[in-house]
Design a protein around this ligand. Structure first.
Ligand code: CNA
Length: 275
């Protein structure tokens, strides 16, 4: 099922109480769309007309590259471990049970053979054409950069950067993958991935830059994210335009706010777009 919501003066008006305070349209109409092509045609039109697009994405952008997300039925939260993934991926757990943390981390988070898919590649193409200003991602897999994207704001860090907690020496993801047990620096210090674990704060410069890009965008495409993880999901609130596109396989808490909602695989949707 899909909807196209847009400002217009015909059709059913929603009561004002349903409208988020920051959407700059006076009312919204919901039109039911009959097929996939209608929606991608609208998305194509908005992309063609804009040179200030921003993309905000999550783990669903990389599932078509073979990296499982958290919340899909085959995602990591629906697999069985000794501890829930939220617990393993917390700062406390990393400090208190580093052996178990790195066992999970190497096994599930270091997917180093994954390749960018059609969504990553199209976003890089849009940036190279001067149409897309930034990719803001919750992902830690580095696939946007592998696809050629230059301006990538990594809200949750990257598995490709790892540092010694004692001396700060850098280690890449391949080094961490090949070390056994808790990875140790040549100085003896414990190495920590530069990823934002539960209980840790996000980098303030990255947040500031993300807010700046989102608040100035005329088209904001949000894709492959459950929009359940805060504060990242709250960044959408800074969008002030009326071309908010949501491309996600399943429903999200923000579906009603989207001006264009496409419930489909993001690689399929993006591969149909022309730059
Ligand atoms: P999530 O909560 O797992 O949600 C993913 C969403 O994507 C779900 O709503 C799915 O329905 C949807 N989805 C899955 N596949 C597709 C697809 N092909 N096309 C369209 N939609 C799809 O993940 P979020 O990113 O929302 O949550 C944020 C967490 C996940 C961040 O902290 C990430 O670091 C973390 N994460 C990242 C990766 C990665 O880097 N690739 C992998 C797993 C988890």
């Amino acid at each position: 099922m899909c909807y196209n919501k847009k400002a217009d003066d015909a059709g059913t008006r929603l009561p004002a109480v349903f409208l988020p305070y920051n959407i700059a349209v006076s009312f919204i109409i919901i039109e039911r769309c009959d097929n996939f092509m209608n929606n991608t045609d609208i998305l194509q039109k908005w992309i063609t007309e804009s040179d200030n697009i921003v993309f905000f994405g999550g783990a669903g952008v990389s599932t078509e590259s073979g990296i499982p997300d958290f919340r899909s039925v085959d995602g990591l939260y629906n697999q069985t471990y000794d501890y829930p993934p939220e617990t393993i991926l917390s700062h406390t757990f990393y400090m208190q049970n580093p052996e178990e943390f790195f066992r999970f981390y190497r096994d599930k988070m270091l997917e180093l053979d994954a390749k960018p898919n059609a969504a990553h590649l199209k976003l890089a193409e849009l940036e190279a054409a001067g149409k897309l200003k930034a990719v803001i991602t919750q992902n830690i897999d580095g696939l946007h950069q592998a696809a050629g994207s230059k301006k990538v704001l990594e809200l949750h860090g990257s598995v490709h950067r790892n540092y010694c907690l004692k001396c700060g020496k850098f280690y890449d993801a391949h080094q961490i993958k090949t070390m056994t047990g808790v990875p140790r620096c040549t100085c003896g210090g414990q190495i920590k991935p530069d990823v934002v674990l539960y209980e840790e704060g996000l980098d303030t410069d990255t947040i500031r830059e993300s807010i700046s890009c989102i608040s100035r965008a005329d088209v904001l495409i949000v894709g492959g994210t459950s929009l359940a993880v805060y504060p990242a999901a709250g960044l959408i609130d800074y969008y002030r335009g009326d071309r908010l596109v949501l491309v996600n396989k399943s429903s999200t808490p923000m579906d009603r706010r989207a001006n264009l909602l496409i419930q489909d695989a993001i690689g399929k949707v993006f591969s149909a777009l022309k730059v």
